[in-house]
Each structure stands twice: as C-alpha cells, then as structure tokens.
Design a protein around this ligand. Structure first.
Ligand SMILES: [Zn+2]
Length: 409
C-alpha cells in the first residue's frame, strides 16, 4: 500500500475555525465595522462585493482600506441577479468578468487584491452556475443550515453552507452557542440519532449583511452585537480567518493528506496537484510529517530550501509549492538551521525569535498591502525577489515587524 506521510493538523492548530462573511458591499460595513476590526487584530473577515446599489463603486476606498487591513475581498456578482435564471453570457459577465473588475477597481486605490471566493446572490445555485464559478474561484459560499464543516468530510467546494444572521432568526445567544459548538464546547453525547452529531471542532461559516443599529433592517446586526460575537470567538480560541483562508486550508488538506511518497536515494519526495488554479497565492499548512523511514535529523525541504520544524515538531509547509522532499541530513546541515530566508540577518533573527511562539505571521509589500498569511519569518517560495515586511502577532503581547529581503531565487 502506498504510504501517505503528511497529515495536516486540523484548523491550523486551533480547536475549530470561524469565517465571518459580509455581503452586498453596504456603506455601513466600512463605516461601522472597520473601527471594530481595527480594535481586534485577531479578527479578519470577508467582504463579498457587488455593484448592486452602486455598492463597490460608491465606497471602493472603504473596501480598499479593509483589504489593506488584511480582510478578504470576494465576489458577490456584478448586479446580484438570480443566477439560475440568466444566460451563459450573463453568467460570464456577472461571475468571471466581475471578479476582474473588483481586482482592478481596488488596485487603483492601492489594494493588491486577488479574488478567489464567490458568494451566490440569494444563495441560488445549480451545476451550470457552479461550473462558471469554478472557472474563476476555488470556493463558493451558499447559505442555510447550521453552516458547520467537519474536518474529515469533504464539502461541495462550490456550495459551502453558511449560518445566516437575521434579527428575527439567529439571535445573539444562538450565534454565541454556534461558536461554542464550533469550538466543541458543550455536551454533545446526548444527541438523538436523527440530530446533527458533533464529534469535534468544526469550521463555522457565518453570513451577515449590514452593520447598523437600524432595527427595521432584519438582515443587519448592531455593531455592539457583532463585536460581542467576535469577542466570543476569540474567547473560544477559534481560528478566526477569512472564508478563502480557512477554505483553502481545508481544501488543501484533502489533497496533501492523500499524497503518497516516492522513495529517493536518501529519503523520499511527495508531490501533489493543485485542485483549482484560483486558490490563494500562498496556502501555508501546519502538518506532521512521518520522517521515521529517513531517520533522526531528517531534513524537510521545499523548492530547495530547508524548513525549520516548529517547537512541537510539526512543519508549516507551502501547499502551492506542490511538493516536498525529505532527506537524510548531510555533513553541512546544522541541526535546527533554516535557510528558508536567504538574507544575512536570518540567523540573527532566528536566535532572537526562536523561543517566542507567535500565532500568526502576515506578509506585506512595502506599500503596506497585506499579501496574506505566511510561514514564520519566511516569504513563501512563490513570491518574487524584493523587499517585504512580515508582521508577527500573538495574544498578550505587542506585534513585531521585520523587513525581509528575498534575493534572486
Ligand atoms: Zn446579497
């Protein structure tokens, strides 16, 4: 039987995950939500933009600022139509072309956005619609049901369910309870066989619209209530990350965990395919690698660069690199050394920061645009030569930033 040496650690090492998504490009989102997000550096969310109601056009600067702050920008179609009732040509315009429009509109405002996720208007979807979405996005959010995804159950990537907030439906206590269920907090042993079984932490996807105190708007949530919900997710130690970030991690794990090894002279290689070309540029995965067959001090490499193990022996690998290599350590391999970043200060930085456990690293360009999360103080292998800034975050202490220069690879 072919061996599968890589096992991804569920939900990036957290007990579970939650992705908050906000639809319709409403002006009250940048107005009322951005100040709350600015106060909570552990919370990053997704905005699904549309031109309906002039949404994106009237407030492109507001959404560009949210993108620069590390939030995801996704596609909610150009005019918010009933997608199951429009022609093939219209599907192309609404879905594929509009993803490009979102990117170019925000690029003019200095936000380097790559759209990888879509959310269907009215959650109306069918196979024809899914095929068009998959041409330009690796994942799609629909809505309904409890909105939870289990680690080992592969969902329909073109129809991820979401729990929908409404004032008259999912109340604040119900949302807080949903966050407990995602974090596997509670007693789930007594569920009846016909009820949904909860066997561990899961990924909860939440659908919100406006953020306003206007109680006449059933779909909107009070700013103080969404803040309470965010804070509960932090208390529950959930991985609070954008829809596309958690979705890419979840999707990648089904590929990497099934990938088999090929023996080499001094170890083995593992190769895999990217399941959809529109996945994010970088998909860091926290994994365990079975290196027993290669022996102690085995060296793990991607794209010719050694990866340093984390303090618990796991590795953070780059899924988009499509392969990794495990080999016996040679005479010039210093144990514990990492040459992932080839710059003169790398060794010094490693000594300074080796004993701190940062929980999140974000990569920025020199204009301050967030390019996504990254593996420690390392620029992912698929980024070009140049200067970058990496910001490390952890609960309970100030963030740290470092400039990292990537020489010609
Ligand atoms: Zn909508």
């Amino acid at each position: 039987m072919a061996e599968t040496p890589i096992k991804t650690i569920p939900w990036n090492g957290y007990v579970g995950a939650v992705s908050f998504t906000f639809d319709d490009a409403l002006a009250n989102q940048p107005q009322n939500l951005k100040p709350i997000l600015d106060e909570l550096p552990d919370v990053h969310v997704t905005f699904f933009l549309t031109d309906m109601g002039n949404g994106l056009k009237q407030d492109a600067a507001g959404f560009a600022a949210l993108a620069k702050a590390g939030n995801e920008i996704g596609n909610h179609t150009k005019t918010h139509p009933h997608l199951t009732g429009v022609s093939a040509g219209e599907l192309e315009d609404e879905i594929v072309k509009y993803a490009n429009t979102i990117e170019s509109t925000l690029a003019e405002l200095g936000a380097d956005v790559t759209v990888t996720s879509l959310a269907t208007p009215f959650c109306e979807n069918n196979d024809k619609v899914k095929n068009v979405i998959a041409k330009r996005h690796f994942i799609n959010r629909d809505c309904g049901w409890h909105g939870r995804n289990e680690w080992d159950v592969e969902p329909d990537w073109m129809s991820i369910q979401a729990k929908v907030w409404t004032r008259s439906g999912a109340t604040v206590p119900e949302m807080l309870s949903a966050l407990d269920t995602a974090a596997f907090i509670g007693n789930f042993g007594g569920a009846q066989p016909w009820e949904v079984q909860v066997k561990g932490g899961s990924w909860l996807v939440v659908l919100n619209h406006g953020v306003t105190d206007d109680t006449g708007d059933d779909y909107s949530i009070n700013p103080s209530d969404i803040k309470k919900i965010f804070e509960h997710a932090i208390e529950n130690k959930l991985w609070i990350a954008p829809f596309g970030t958690v979705g890419a991690y979840h999707r990648a794990h089904f590929v990497v965990d099934a990938a088999t090894l090929t023996a080499t002279e001094d170890g083995f290689t593992v190769n895999w395919e990217i399941p959809n070309e529109h996945m994010p540029k970088s998909v860091p995965l926290r994994v365990k690698i079975d290196t027993k067959s290669v022996g102690e001090n085995a060296v793990v490499e991607q794209a010719g660069k050694k990866l340093a193990p984390e303090s618990d022996g796991s590795y953070i690998i780059e899924f988009m690199a499509k392969s990794l290599k495990v080999r016996k350590a040679g005479s010039d391999d210093v144990p514990g050394d990492s040459t992932v970043v080839k710059d003169s200060t790398a060794v010094l930085r490693k000594m300074t920061f080796a004993n701190l456990t940062w929980t999140k690293f974000s990569l920025f360009d020199l204009n301050g645009n967030c390019l996504g999360e990254t593996n420690g103080w390392n620029v992912p292998v698929n980024y070009p030569q140049g200067a970058y800034v990496i910001r490390a975050e952890a609960l309970g202490r100030p963030a740290a930033t470092r400039m990292v220069y990537v020489p010609n690879r």
